[in-house]
Design a protein around this ligand. Structure first.
Ligand code: AGP
Length: 607
């Protein structure tokens, strides 16, 4: 998604704008630009592609100015090129925007008839012409901005600067996050704490509908009713050091290898390893009275929710409905009075999940969110918070956050089951012990990374891959397929193994790779039967299993990925690791952009 930075500094700031944009690269983008005010003129530099292209442009044609804005663009309207790159500008105002202006065509037509000339194909450019229209009518910069916001429909985070005023930056948010950074006689504006982490850790977050005016000595906030308000200053926990790659070639591999550590860090926030007693934070709800849990999320977070469904129904005996956010928010599903609705989101900014949360709130649901960013919008709009301790996840493909979500959901399951007197003390200790061993088991699996790398080297000419599993590993088949497709661009699909005969087995022909996730357990034999069905039709099978009872099948499969034996409860967490590594190594072997795959963004803040 797009990234925004704004700085009111003491000296020329073009390099600082570029550095701020570097901290936003992880969000995914396809063009970038900066603009400053100098001598009452707007100076702009924009470039298609990666930030290095913009840096070269600024080096060739430096710009002065101690006040400016910058942007990394993830294209929604208009191809990624310099013309469509932000900042967009007239001679009076320059703006950067994250979100979608849904009524931009109407505004564009109206202003076009009045002689305003649009240069780009973007929705965002309508903002600067609309503001210019109000300036031409004699309104002040703030009035022109405020009037324009009243016309805009859709989601936005906007930062803008005026050629008539080299002392102020304005910002506004509706749907997409925006943060103010407080410096020493300098002020900052950014999409998130990461954007500002080079400059400050003192952050204020705009609330929905806020407008902010920054000057060197501070920030003035107005809420959506136009009332002047105060916004708290919080200490951001974002540490720029954490966003380094260390000795790893890619963030994704670093984050895969961080899992033993961050899973331990996450566990420590939920229970005391010494006595294995779980201590969930107060969620503001009496779990004993919960009759149904509704889980809503996107992508990998949705698959974590599917695993939680298996766990909560099997161990806590509470019914669970899981839905993807973009469907839930429009389905108007009947929700039980005072039901518990759980929103899972690594970034805490996913637009569809945030919209679903607001729908659930309107249905008087109790809102709990499971996020990796405490200061995120989803966290701040929830009644209860389950915070994972995965640290900043930079790679677009979620890995460590996904397994930390599972750990938190496993702890939540036990806590819910104990509250409802379904899980007794012995079972609680048994399940908690299994979770506490996950970190070391994952470290063991990572020791065997080379066995997985060798498999991936044979995927260079593959165009279709199937993942199959049953029970609580079925969502891991879905997750494995998502990992592979999003970083290697190979078409891959996950199926419930029992579903193969209902259609998907038609995809099997000689040489099609099928990855079978089959831990020993109640469904193992059935999954092996499904595996034999695809072997009989020529599939190249990779089986991921802890079983040593394959017998002569070990001659019929292509590869065996051996897994440690653990309590079935934690299999979904452990079996996530090999599917992450397969995706990573295949992507690297195919020369894909592992950390910033094409077309993808780390945080999808537009619907
Ligand atoms: C996961 O690898 C993908 N990057 C994507 O599906 C992601 O899980 C999804 O966009 C949800 O993001 P969130 O957890 O930040 O809400």
């Amino acid at each position: 998604m797009c990234g925004i930075i704004g700085i009111i500094g003491k000296n020329d700031i073009s390099d600082r704008l570029l550095n701020g944009l570097k901290n936003l690269e992880y969000r995914g983008y396809d063009s970038a630009g900066i603009a400053t005010i100098h001598d009452k003129e707007i100076h702009r530099r924009r470039a298609e592609g990666k930030l290095i292209n913009l840096s070269h442009e600024v080096s060739k044609h430096p710009i002065k100015g101690s006040l400016g804005i910058g942007h990394t663009r993830w294209a929604t309207h208009g191809v990624p090129n310099e013309t469509n790159a932000h900042p967009h500008a007239t001679n009076m105002v320059a703006a950067v925007h994250n979100g979608i202006i849904e009524n931009f065509q109407t505004i564009k037509e109206e202003l076009g008839l009045l002689g305003y000339k649009f240069q780009s194909d973007t929705d965002s450019e309508a903002i600067v012409h609309l503001i210019s229209y109000y300036l031409d009518k004699g309104l002040s910069p703030k009035e022109a901005f405020s009037n324009s916001l009243n016309r805009l429909e859709g989601a936005y985070a906007i930062a803008l600067i005026f050629s008539s005023n080299c002392e102020k930056i304005y910002g506004a948010r509706s749907g997409s996050p925006l943060a103010v950074g407080w410096g020493d006689n300098e002020m900052f504006l950014g999409s998130d704490a990461a954007a500002l982490s080079n400059e400050t850790t003192n952050i204020s977050y705009l609330e929905e509908g806020d407008l902010v005016e920054l000057s060197r000595d501070g920030a003035n906030f107005w809420n959506k009713l136009g009332e002047e308000v105060k916004r708290d200053i919080v200490e951001s926990k974002f540490n720029p050091i954490q966003i380094g790659k260390g000795n790893f070639p890619h963030y994704m591999l670093k984050e895969i290898y961080e899992q033993p550590t961050v899973i331990g860090d996450t566990l420590n926030t939920f229970f005391n390893p010494a006595d294995s007693e779980i201590k969930l934070p107060s969620l503001g709800v009496n779990l004993a009275k919960i009759s149904k849990v509704t889980i809503v999320a996107c992508g990998s977070s949705y698959y974590a929710g599917l695993v939680a469904k298996f766990w909560i129904e099997r161990y806590a005996r509470v019914s669970v409905e899981v839905d993807i956010s973009s469907e839930f928010r429009y389905r108007e599903t009947p929700l039980p009075k005072d039901g518990l609705t759980l929103f899972i989101s690594q970034s805490g900014e996913t637009a569809d999940t945030l919209a679903a949360l607001r729908y659930a709130k309107s249905q008087s649901q109790h809102i709990v969110s499971l996020v990796n960013v405490r200061e995120s919008t989803i966290a701040r709009e929830s009644d209860g918070l389950l915070l994972i301790n995965a640290g900043p996840e930079i790679g677009v493909a979620s890995t460590k956050a996904f397994t930390c979500q599972l750990v938190a959901l496993a702890v939540f399951t036990i806590s819910l089951g104990v509250s409802k007197k379904i899980i007794d003390k012995n079972e609680s200790k048994k399940l908690s012990k299994a979770i506490s061993e996950v970190s070391s088991k994952i470290a063991d699996i990572l020791q065997d990374d080379l066995q997985i790398k060798s498999i991936s080297d044979n995927f260079s000419d593959v165009s279709n891959v199937l993942y199959i599993a049953r029970g609580s590993e079925y969502p891991i088949a879905l997750e494995g397929a998502l990992k592979l497709k999003e970083v290697s661009y190979i078409h891959s699909e996950g199926f419930a193994a029992g579903e193969l005969k209902h259609g998907p087995i038609a995809l099997i022909e000689k040489g099609v790779p099928v990855i079978v996730i089959a831990p020993e357990g109640p469904l193992y034999e059935k999954t092996i039967s499904n595996m034999q069905e695809v072997i009989a039709r020529g599939a190249k099978v990779i089986i991921i299993t802890d079983s040593d009872k394959l017998g002569d099948l070990d001659k019929k499969v292509w590869k065996i990925v051996s897994m440690p034996k653990v309590d079935n409860f934690v299999n979904p967490i452990l079996y996530s690791i090999p599917v992450q590594l397969i995706a990573y190594h295949v992507a690297v072997s195919r020369g894909a952009d592992v950390d910033q795959p094409r077309n993808l963004a780390k945080s999808v803040t537009v619907e």
